[in-house]
Design a binder for this molecule. Structure first.
Ligand code: FPP
Length: 232
């Protein structure tokens, strides 16, 4: 697929700040995750209605998130299952294709079956591809892609070969948004973000909305992307 640098075809979100959003309201952290799941639905729908955006990737669970307290992890797993079940309706209504990336074998059979079913049912949908990064780590993704190529007998890897071997449908990312005030990538889409435009906002993920995303898209259009050259 040809990549047009002037329209944001692929946008990704690091959804930070759920816990702080809840704490600021004297709610348990898990309420922040619940509100965060609603934001995913809202933003996904918005992206599906924007003809320029082809793919939206959400960092829902990192390979490092297992270090959290067991009760929070148990809740996140329940929420994920509920989200996947409920999501079917949104995906169908808005013609969205669903895909999960990450080391999915760490999840229960029930979750994996839901993921497989959603991917299968939505594979012909065309308005947007929604990618959920689950037990995802950028370094792990790159390492596994390299190992797959080696297992196929390749002895000399090129960056084109690696790009194709990654789990994401295509390797370029146009916009990376991180909510919650921190300015780091946290091992998300390391390969794909080479030339991505980065946007950081203080807004906590549950408060992130369509209006703020519209502003980011406007600002993106105003940025000159040179991809290392002198003129675009
Ligand atoms: C960061 O908030 C968010 C995550 C750990 C994962 C994102 C999860 C969701 C948006 C909701 C769950 C959705 C699914 C589909 C499982 P944080 O807890 O790190 O916030 P903090 O930095 O304020 O503590």
């Amino acid at each position: 697929m040809m990549h047009n640098p002037h329209t944001p075809q692929h946008i990704a979100f690091i959804m930070d700040g759920n816990g702080r959003w809840a704490q600021a309201r004297n709610l348990p952290r898990i309420k922040g995750h619940e509100a965060g799941a609603e934001t995913i639905r809202k933003i996904t729908t918005f992206c599906a209605e924007n003809p320029m955006i082809e793919t939206a990737t959400f960092y829902a669970f990192s390979t490092e998130n297992w270090k959290r307290p067991k009760t929070e992890i148990r809740f996140l797993m329940q929420l994920l299952l509920r989200y996947l079940k409920k999501e079917r309706h949104t995906l169908r209504k808005h013609n969205i294709r669903f895909k999960a990336i990450g080391a999915l074998d760490a999840f229960t059979a029930e979750i994996r079956e839901q993921i497989d079913a959603l991917e299968e049912e939505t594979k012909h949908n065309t308005a947007l591809t929604q990618i959920m990064a689950l037990n995802y780590g950028g370094r792990l993704e790159i390492t596994e892609a390299a190992n797959r190529l080696i297992a196929q007998g390749k002895r000399q890897l090129t960056s084109e070969m690696l790009s194709e071997a990654l789990q994401t449908p295509y390797s370029e990312l146009d916009i990376m948004v991180r909510t919650g005030g921190e300015m780091r990538l946290s091992n998300f889409l390391l390969w794909q973000s080479s030339y991505a435009e980065l946007f950081f906002t203080e807004t906590m993920w549950p408060d992130f909305n369509e209006a703020e995303l519209s502003k980011i898209l406007k600002a993106y259009e105003g940025r000159e992307r040179r991809f290392g050259a002198i003129h675009a």
